[in-house]
Design a protein around this ligand. Structure first.
Ligand SMILES: [Zn+2]
Length: 347
């Protein structure tokens, strides 16, 4: 196949950051996605509807003229989040709320320390049909970083999904066979996003031949058997799995550092990389459901009406991009070749 037209996709897990970084990240996503679930881990975190809607406006201000991209906003759950915060958020057009265990990832220091204390909030979310988005890792110092997702499932996620059977739960950026099995065996209220890097790479790509900081993300890349399980999940066509890039930019100097930040900036080539992955797995025909249908249905939102066309025409991801502040960022898969491109896009 040389040409593929699909319903315009959505990105169900995205970090746009804030300030002048929006001048880079917003156009990069809006060039190919119609909507995106925007993560709330700013400094300070986006903890109420007013902050979320102000952030939405800053994102919209960064859109290229004529682009009708829609940011879908989220709240950051903390120990202080109340049921009233959720009710207000629902009224003010906030789509979902994100649960970060304290210390799990970039800017998650403000997050939840005792999950049980949020049970009344989960109850309200279930009532008003607001999805709970979960960064599914424990952060206990005695749990190995490669085991943190599985331990989170066993200790917390299985409890939450049983206790709140009506609550929509998105298990974000899953990385393990255990997560795939958990999602498949759960009710249809439980879905999961899968990033391009977790389908393309395993921990060898992080650690063999030297440390590769631009492949470092959280949850961290796992063994190849887990990568294989994620690939099998998308090959199965199971509608519980959908696209979420977790594109998460950090300046080059913050990735290539003594204590490098977690996150891959994949927005620059996101849908193109997924097309390559699906073609490699022999299921290009399943890309549209994964990228453009499954997530919308899970969130009970309309499927987009427009389309995009991908053509097979190899191009190289740049080694670096210059941010609006003049400093460089290294995009995910920099310097490598991607086979698909969006018709009419940059060459
Ligand atoms: Zn994320």
């Amino acid at each position: 196949m040389e040409k593929l037209t699909i319903i315009t996709p959505d990105d169900w897990h995205l970090h746009l950051r804030d300030g002048d970084m929006l001048g880079e990240t917003v156009p990069a996503t809006a060039r190919c996605f119609k909507r995106a679930i925007v993560m709330p881990n700013l400094v300070p975190p986006v903890t109420n509807a007013t902050m979320a809607n102000e952030y939405r406006q800053r994102i919209l201000n960064a859109l290229p003229a004529g682009n009708n991209f829609q940011p879908l906003m989220t709240l950051y759950l903390t120990d202080q989040t109340t049921q009233q915060d959720i009710i207000e958020a629902k009224e003010k057009n906030i789509t979902a709320a994100k649960l970060y265990p304290a210390g799990a990832t970039t800017n998650s220091n403000a997050a939840v320390s005792q999950l049980e204390s949020l049970y009344p909030v989960f109850e309200t979310m279930s009532e008003v049909k607001m999805p709970l988005l979960v960064h599914g890792e424990v952060t206990d110092g005695d749990i190995d970083v490669f085991d943190r997702e599985k331990v989170f499932i066993d200790r917390h996620l299985s409890v939450i999904t049983q206790r709140f059977p009506g609550l929509l739960v998105v298990f974000e950026h899953i990385t393990t066979k255990d997560a795939v099995e958990f999602v498949i065996s759960s009710s249809d209220k439980v879905g999961a996003t899968i990033t391009p890097q977790h389908l393309m790479l395993n921990r060898n790509d992080l650690l063999v031949g030297g440390i590769h900081p631009h492949n470092y993300c959280l949850p961290v890349l796992k063994r190849n058997i887990h990568q294989q399980a994620l690939c099998d999940a998308v090959v199965s066509g199971n509608a519980k799995f959908f696209l979420g890039t977790d594109s998460a930019p950090h300046e080059k100097s913050r990735k290539e550092a003594d204590c490098g930040c977690a996150g891959c900036y994949s927005a620059w080539s996101a849908i193109e990389l997924y097309a390559d992955i699906f073609e490699g797995l022999g299921v290009l025909d399943k890309l549209e459901a994964f990228a453009s249908i499954n997530g919308a249905k899970f969130y009970d939102l309309p499927v987009n009406e427009s389309t995009i066309t991908l053509i097979k025409s190899p191009w190289q991801i740049p080694q670096e991009i210059t941010l609006p502040n003049g400093r460089p960022i290294v995009p995910f898969y920099a310097g490598k070749t991607v086979n698909w491109r969006i018709e009419g896009a940059r060459s």
